[in-house]
Design a protein around this ligand. Structure first.
Ligand SMILES: C[S@@+](CC[C@H](N)C(=O)[O-])C[C@H]1O[C@@H](n2cnc3c(N)ncnc32)[C@H](O)[C@@H]1O
Length: 208
């Protein structure tokens, strides 16, 4: 992955696939702010390490996940990259252990695809609570109009694998609007075609 060592990542198939890696790279590229940041469902800390490699002061970032194993692995990722990393918190993202209006920026990456619609709605309400008015969030969706994603998800469903959800961009804009977010930017992963790009990364802001 661009800019960081990933040798210590134990589940390379889950974390180092092309789409998820590109999503993290794109989100790290889009982030150009200062302030308090939370990486929700930070997993093994790859995004935080990428931000560190980009020169962002990661002591202002908190990583949160409900997998202790992945949080331990995040420490290994930071060490392997000679980075001090970020404070890491064990918690459930449906019940975030933070006060209202705490963060300037949030990341929610490679996660919406595993949530049922009602769960995503609940999560967006909870993340909105801890984000400052006007604060930004970076999140991605898998693209339901992409031929590759359609085939991949069909095969996945037939095999009875883990739940996966893709969205059309316009459909997801409505989900965001209902949750009180305005879309500031939309970036494509790979080719800039709505029938080809497998995923979008969005920068949104909480309505004031
Ligand atoms: C596919 S991984 C993505 C990890 C990371 N954001 C990335 O892009 O590499 C989804 C992450 O969400 C975490 N997760 C899932 N449900 C969660 C919950 N209810 N509370 C906190 N973390 C959760 C998982 O443990 C996992 O690390």
């Amino acid at each position: 992955m661009k800019g960081i060592s990933t040798e210590v990542v134990s589940n390379k198939k889950a974390f180092l696939g092309w789409i998820s890696s590109k999503v993290r790279e794109k989100a790290a590229e889009m982030y150009n702010e200062k302030g308090k940041v939370l990486d929700i469902g930070c997993g093994n800390g790859l995004l935080i390490a990428m931000l560190g490699a980009k020169g962002v002061d990661t002591s202002g970032i908190t990583g949160m996940d409900y997998s202790s194993r992945l949080l331990y692995e995040a420490r290994d990722v930071f060490n392997a990259n000679l980075q001090k990393g970020a404070p890491l918190i064990h918690g459930n993202f449906f019940d975030l252990p933070f006060k209202d209006n705490t963060f300037d920026d949030l990341f929610l990456l490679n996660t919406t695809m595993n949530l049922e619609d009602a769960d995503l709605e609940e999560l967006l309400a909870e993340v909105s609570r801890i984000l400052l008015p006007g604060g930004r969030m970076y999140l991605d969706i898998r693209n339901a109009e992409s031929h590759i994603i359609k085939w991949r998800y069909l095969i996945n469903m037939k095999r009875g694998n883990v739940f996966v959800r893709a969205y059309k961009l316009d459909e997801f804009r409505k989900v965001l609007k209902r949750a009180g977010f305005n879309v500031l930017a939309v970036e494509y992963i790979g080719l800039k075609s709505r029938f080809i790009t497998p995923a979008y990364v969005l920068k949104v802001s909480k309505e004031r």
